[in-house]
Design a protein around this ligand. Structure first.
Ligand SMILES: [Zn+2]
Length: 321
């Protein structure tokens, strides 16, 4: 009897320790896009964040990405799971998104490590009011030059104020609304010109941004899609808005005097940014720029639209019931 008890206890221990080590296994130690994307898809489908994803998001060491020059005037200063882009000019810079918590300090260190002074940032444009993009806004305002301007859409400012006091896991210091972006508006910081587009869907206040990215003699029209996921949907109208925005962004890749040519994403795992960045390091002068992938961008937009159309059916059913 005793021996059987012992054997049972040992068997139970083995199972427990196997579970524990499975849990301890990080999602990725090298910021690989595929496992992160899969975990976020699972989160989106179930509404429950996988525990290894939650752990990863909070792990500053695993989220560290060496800042790098993506284009002659565009630098990546974000962390693994959330982007921040610095667009530079001799007369001042523009920052897209603020990160959050200790990651905001990491971003400011990244900017300094690249040889720039955060005090030369003239304008901060924020894609939307969720904590991962807007959560550092209060800290940044206190650390940057007093004249630094901040821009969001009207609804973006409202969402950020709401999220800053009501998010279940992360609260932050919000600032008073500054520049209120409207659709098609251009804003400047130093010599950097950013065109803003109202692209509601991920949140109703989401903005996307177009700007020039220089690569030697070539000037590309770059685009940052302000919101990608359907993780905080509040009904079919929001999904309809998402689909309309995605369709519109797709037309921006083919119409007008300066069609958009590439996507500089707010979440690197969504475009394989970390892997493309590695190809940047070994790029030879005759090689194409690894971050310029217009077919890939259009495929991403098609996938976003297809996913949203599926979700729309679900949201319409929910509303009808
Ligand atoms: Zn968001």
């Amino acid at each position: 009897m005793k021996l059987r008890h012992l054997q049972n206890a040992l068997a139970a221990l083995t199972v427990l320790s196997a579970q524990a080590s499975a849990q301890e296994q990080p999602l990725t130690t090298k910021c690989e896009s595929a496992p992160l994307m899969a975990a976020f898809v699972a989160f989106g489908e179930t509404g429950r964040m996988p525990s290894n994803l939650a752990k990863f998001l909070g792990d500053a060491a695993l989220n560290k990405v060496e800042p790098y020059k993506a284009f002659d005037n565009v630098y990546y200063v974000g962390i693994c799971w959330v982007s921040a882009w610095l667009i530079t000019s001799p007369n001042g810079h523009v920052l897209i998104d603020t990160l959050y918590g200790s990651y905001t300090s990491q971003m400011l260190s990244n900017i300094r490590a690249l040889g720039f002074d955060p005090k030369d940032i003239k304008l901060v444009v924020v894609t939307h009011g969720h904590f991962d993009h807007a959560g550092g806004i209060g800290q940044i305002k206190s650390e940057l030059a007093p004249g630094t301007r901040f821009a969001m859409t009207k609804e973006g400012w409202r969402e950020a104020a709401e999220d800053s006091v009501s998010h279940p896991r992360f609260r932050w210091q919000m600032i008073e609304p500054d520049i209120v972006l409207t659709d098609g508006q251009t804003v400047t910081g130093g010599d950097v010109v950013i065109q803003a587009f109202e692209t509601p869907g991920h949140t109703m206040g989401t903005a996307s941004f177009a700007f020039d990215a220089r690569d030697g003699a070539r000037v590309y029209r770059a685009f940052t899609v302000g919101g990608l996921g359907l993780n905080r949907i509040r009904g079919p109208e929001q999904v309809e808005a998402f689909i309309d925005s995605v369709k519109r962004i797709r037309t921006l890749t083919q119409d007008g005097p300066r069609p958009v040519e590439l996507h500089l994403t707010t979440h690197g795992f969504s475009t394989g940014l970390n892997e493309a960045k590695d190809r940047l390091k070994t790029r030879k002068p005759i090689d194409p720029h690894p971050l310029v992938d217009l077919p890939g961008f259009r495929k991403q937009l098609d996938d976003l639209q297809a996913g949203a159309e599926k979700r729309l059916v679900v949201e319409r059913q929910k509303k009808a019931n």
